[in-house]
Design a protein around this ligand. Structure first.
Ligand code: NAD
Length: 366
């Protein structure tokens, strides 16, 4: 397995490989960029088919976190952890402690959180030995009451705001009533998104490998259940991928009927050429690390110890304006939205680096 020459190894600053055979822990932590602040990103547990697959995943995910934080205007860098294990049978208190020790050893360079295959209870165990864990504090809700530290409701809210902005731009519609919206993946984010869209009168079409979740969505929200094959060919207005990465392939880009793709999943594009293919067909793609930043914004406020629900909501709502700006620029320049988002994120990073350099020079000469 190549590391430094890996195709997804770009400007990554640090990789940490962790092994504790006694507790069955094999993990990789990737720090892509810490120019704006400590690298914050979730810990994914997944039974990867190979170590190469795990490495590719953590490299791509950590890079996406850098862009996500930069575009959300947060003083954070990009990082991610993957644990090569099956979340259904490999979790143990000892494993979480060993993982927590590894994160603690990085002394705040990396802050961990929940991701696919991990949950708030797991993070509480990590937090027993580690100070750098977020997504575990109970949070106030707008309008009263409390919820768990899980950032998924905030991610879903950001995606909902992003769908509204995308529909306004591409379909010239200010409301979602009667729009046919497909959601793939009815997990923590997808189900909360279904709730928000249903409340606005959208007609839902759903697909998940978990039949119980599909049934629940049909019963509660009147959603129509589709097979995976039908989902990507259905006559929909909006597609919200909320399950897996890599779902937007060249083949699908050539046949999708929806005019908007706006969902929570990380790394939706198989590669950047798919973004061009979508553009050529007039399909508006909401760059994933822009639209799914709600959860990161949520835990960023938590990590700063300043969680106020109204302030967090207002910050998440900026996702709509940010997407609108990217769409306008892409239209004017005849480029893909993914291209513009990446360029803007890189601009934010080099701006931050220049500011830091100027500050260092000023304090050296003082
Ligand atoms: P989750 O694990 O709770 O839900 C994922 C859902 O997708 C599950 O219901 C699962 O059954 C379904 N699924 C898995 N494989 C599928 C397939 N082949 N076809 C259809 N459905 C399938 O995850 P989540 O927290 O809801 O996150 C969803 C996506 O959003 C992930 O890609 C995640 O990385 C991304 N994301 C989540 C957050 C967050 O705050 N939770 C933040 C940013 C990005």
């Amino acid at each position: 397995m190549s590391v430094f020459t890996h195709e997804a190894m770009h400007d990554h600053q640090m990789l940490v490989f962790i092994q504790d055979k006694a507790v069955g822990l094999k993990a990789i932590i990737a720090l892509h960029n810490t120019r704006l602040g400590p690298a914050l990103g979730g810990c994914r547990m997944y039974p990867y088919a190979s170590e190469t697959e795990a490495l590719a995943d953590v490299l791509r995910l950590s890079e996406g976190m850098t862009y996500k934080a930069a575009l959300a205007g947060l003083p954070l860098g990009g990082g991610k952890a993957v644990i090569l294990a099956d979340p259904r049978k490999d979790k143990s208190p000892q494993l979480w402690r060993a993982f927590g020790d590894a994160v603690q050893n990085l002394q705040g360079l990396y802050i961990t959180a929940e991701d696919s295959g991990t949950c708030v209870q797991d993070l509480h165990q990590v937090a027993q030995v580690c100070d750098y864990v977020v997504g575990i504090q109970q949070k106030p809700c707008i309008g009263g009451g409390w919820r768990s530290g899980d950032p998924s409701p905030s991610t879903a809210y950001g995606v909902y705001v992003g769908i509204q902005a995308s529909v306004a731009f591409r379909l010239q519609r200010q409301d979602l009533r009667g729009l046919r919206i497909g959601i793939q993946g009815l997990g923590q984010v997808g189900m909360a998104l279904a709730h928000l869209l249903h409340a606005q009168g959208a007609r839902l079409y759903v697909q998940d490998i978990d039949a119980d979740k599909q049934t629940k969505c049909a019963q509660v929200f009147g959603a129509q259940v589709l097979t995976e094959e039908d989902f990507w060919h259905a006559d929909l207005d909006v597609i919200a991928p909320c399950a897996l990465g890599g779902v937007l392939t060249q083949a699908r880009a050539a046949s999708i009927k929806a005019k908007v793709i706006a969902g929570a999943a990380n790394n939706q594009l198989e590669d950047m050429r798919v973004a061009d293919a979508l553009k050529r067909r007039g399909i508006l793609y909401a760059p994933d690390y822009v639209i799914n930043a709600g959860g990161l914004i949520d835990v960023a406020y938590e990590s700063q110890g300043q969680y106020q629900a109204a302030q967090v909501q207002a910050h998440i709502e900026q996702i709509g304006e940010r997407l609108h700006g990217i769409y306008q620029q892409a239209q004017h320049q005849g480029r893909s939205t993914a291209d513009i988002a990446q360029e803007t994120a890189l601009h934010c990073l080099s701006h931050a680096q220049a500011a830091r350099h100027t500050q260092a020079m000023a304090s050296a000469s003082a």
